[in-house]
Each structure stands twice: as structure tokens, then as C-alpha cells.
Design a protein around this ligand. Structure first.
Ligand SMILES: Nc1ncnc2c1ncn2[C@@H]1O[C@H](COP(=O)(O)OP(=O)(O)OP(=O)(O)O)[C@@H](O)[C@H]1O
Length: 252
């Protein structure tokens, strides 16, 4: 049995809209396991991104506990939480801002150097990841304002992965990418997962979801189903059909 990396206990998250309270996550109890590529799916507004933000410590729950490895993240103050996130987590979210006064490569190296001191290995890792997501050497020297949205997004993904985080949180990582760039990003996520890094990804995209081994379905802030797909194998049609059947059963 794989180690539990994240566990929630009666997780609730509400937002106030005027005087009305909207309860988005409702008493959620869930465990995530080391080495899994977990995919969270569900209809629009079901609470997927809210869950991802709470799990990753980007936002605080209204009530309930989240145990992340050995840390109860609700008990960490903001500074400790920031250090904890920097050391353990990578974030591949839609809004990921690169610093505009630094080249693409420097943006990535700066993130790496914040956590590790070994510049040589950080540079080597950065170049390998940049090539994998299809960003050529000419682009490494450019500044974010000189790149397309998709190029910036791929660079931001490299920055998120540079420290080899134990857990990568991804929210629609291929959302703004064309098919070839999307595949390159999914291939990188699959590679790092095969190397042992855990991934928790929210997506609407069945092609992205297919990369996961565990699919969780959320409706109205609660988990209503899950499907064990086994590890991704390219071109495995049976796996693909199993996912499609599961999603149909869930009313997707
Ligand atoms: N910061 C916020 N303030 C107020 N309401 C919010 C906030 N964030 C999310 N919500 C509300 O919580 C609900 C769930 O939002 P969430 O983004 O988690 O859904 P989702 O399942 O990720 O949807 P989608 O697939 O459309 O991205 C929505 O009704 C949304 O309006």
C-alpha cells in the first residue's frame, strides 16, 4: 500500500457572496497516495479548483483538517506554510506569472536557487525540462513579454517542476495550449510521475485525464465516484474506454 501524502478530515470551504454563504466543499474526507497521478474531474462549479487550492495550502479551508505528509497545514503560520510549499510542492495553475524583468531561463533558475544551492544541476535540469516541453534555446534568452501565451505557460510549468517537488498540483495545465504543446506538457507530467513524483491535477479534458491512474469525480463539493485506471500506457484503448464509461456513469 502506497504512503498517504495528503489526507483531509471533514474539509469545508465556504465563500460569502454579499450576505449569502455558498458552501463549496462539504465535509470532504479523502486521501491521496504517493506516486499516484490523481485526476479530479466534475462539472463546472463543482469545487475542483477550490479543492486543489485548499489541498495545496494556497487557500485556507473554512473548517476541517488537511494533513500533508507529517504536517497539519492548518497549524502552520503563513511564513512556515510558504516554506513548506516551496520545498514540497509545484504549482501548474492557469495564472502563473513569470517575472517580466528576467529572461525565461533566469525565471526558472531563480526558483531553483531559492530551494537548492547546486546551480550546475539546476541549470542542467532546467535545460532538460525546457527541451521536453518544446522550448528552444532561442526562447530561453527571451523575456516573458516577448513570448506567446502558450510559450509562457510552458516556461511556467518548467519553473514549477525545477525543484523536483514531491507533489505537483496542476489546474488545467493544457488549457491554453495547442494539441502538440499540450501533449509535450502531458508527456513531461507522465515522465516525472514515472520517476516517483505525485501529481494531483484538475481537468475537463479527457485526453489529459487519461494520463492519470486514479480519477476522482466531484459533484456539489462532494466526491461521488472514483475510478482506478492503472498507470498510463500510450495507446491503451481499454483504459480509454474504461475512463469514458466511468465518466458517462458520472453524468459528465
Ligand atoms: N474566491 C471566491 N469567492 C467567491 N466564490 C468563489 C471563489 N472561488 C470559487 N468560488 C465559487 O465556488 C464555486 C466552485 O468554484 P471552483 O472554481 O472550485 O469550481 P470548479 O469545479 O473548479 O469549476 P470550473 O470547472 O468551472 O473551473 C463556484 O460557484 C465559484 O463561483
Amino acid at each position: 500500500m502506497a504512503n498517504i501524502i495528503l489526507k483531509t478530515n471533514k474539509l469545508n470551504k465556504s465563500f460569502m457572496s454579499g450576505t449569502q454563504e455558498q458552501q463549496v466543499l462539504k465535509n470532504l474526507d479523502i486521501e491521496f497516495y504517493e506516486g499516484d497521478f490523481t485526476v479530479i474531474m466534475g462539472s463546472s462549479g463543482a469545487g475542483k479548483s477550490t479543492l486543489l487550492y485548499a489541498l495545496s495550502g494556497m487557500d485556507r479551508p473554512t473548517s476541517g483538517d488537511i494533513r500533508f505528509f507529517d504536517a497539519e497545514i492548518g497549524n502552520l503560520n503563513n511564513d512556515k506554510l510558504a516554506v513548506f510549499r516551496r520545498q514540497n510542492c509545484g504549482f501548474v495553475f492557469q495564472q502563473m506569472f513569470l517575472l517580466d524583468n528576467m529572461s525565461i531561463l533566469d525565471n526558472i533558475l531563480a526558483s531553483g536557487l531559492l530551494v537548492r544551492g547546486d546551480k550546475k544541476s539546476i541549470v542542467a535540469n532546467a535545460k532538460e525540462l525546457l527541451e521536453k516541453v518544446g522550448l528552444t534555446e532561442m526562447i530561453w534568452r527571451k523575456f516573458p513579454s516577448q513570448l506567446s501565451g502558450g510559450e509562457n505557460q510552458r516556461a511556467a510549468i518548467v519553473r514549477a517542476l525545477i525543484n523536483k517537488p514531491r507533489v505537483v498540483f496542476a489546474d488545467e495545465p493544457t488549457g491554453a495550449l495547442n494539441s502538440a504543446s499540450g501533449t509535450a506538457v502531458l508527456d513531461v507530467l507522465t515522465d516525472i510521475n514515472n520517476d516517483g513524483q505525485s501529481i494531483i491535477m484538475v481537468t475537463h479534458d479527457i485526453r489529459s485525464a487519461r494520463r492519470g491512474n486514479r480519477i476522482i469525480y466531484i459533484r456539489d463539493g462532494g466526491i461521488v465516484g472514483e475510478c482506478d485506471l492503472g498507470k498510463y500506457v500510450s495507446g491503451d484503448q481499454i483504459r480509454h474506454e474504461k475512463l469514458k464509461t466511468f465518466l458517462t456513469e458520472m453524468g459528465w
